[in-house]
Design a protein around this ligand. Sequence first.
Ligand code: DX5
Ligand code: ZN
Length: 237
Amino acid sequence: MIVILTQLYDIYKGFDMKQLPATPSIEIAPSILSADFADLARHIATIENSVKILHLDVMDGHFVPNITFGPCLIKKIRHHSDLFFDAHLMIDNPIKYAPEFIKAGSDGITIHLESPCDTMDAIRVIRDLGASVGISLKPGTPVEQLHPYVEYVDMVLLMTVEPGFGGQAFMTDGPERARKIRNMLRDDQRLEVDGGIDVGTASLIVQAGADTLVAGNAIFGKPDPAQAVSDILASIC
Ligand code: DX5
Ligand code: ZN
């Protein structure tokens, strides 16, 4: 009886949770950080049929020097989109808040290696709630620090700008760092890259092994976001 109840609970926990697109594929993940927050549903609708992942940058003003939004906003936009919601938590306490972000409709939670919490506990909490797990590292963090955790995650998120703000320039050591991380990953794990991705940088980073490209300014900063997605994909060779 207990076994059946546990299994039912597991199914309930993961109910309606979307999975990351299967590898291998190149995915563009537009970041709403550059979208029009006063008209967010309409702005997201412009790319709804062009991508599979929507990137949600959560900042708490402590871990990074900027504040964005929390679970309330994610819950609201969940009613307007069927995309995989990829919540990038740039916050001090992901263990405390990850369950709320999942309950609000996030399908994947990415935590930072540098957050002052037990990284393994954070991974466990997210996994137990049925969401996909990502781990991110800032530009100054040696990629070797991923080693203890990398086998337990679905995705690694490599920052190619200092987290906190959109519209910054892509850091040129990104491809070299991406190559090192790709060598640590299994074929079924995604390598996402975030910061300064546009038609000039996308190809470089894909050649280095990235398969999931976050782009804010280069998509929602353009008059035609769907066309901007096509332009980035077309630039990749
Ligand atoms: C920055 C965020 C990024 C940001 C990227 O801390 O994590 O997701 O939106 O913005 P662009 O693509 O404009 O560099
Ligand atoms: Zn991000």
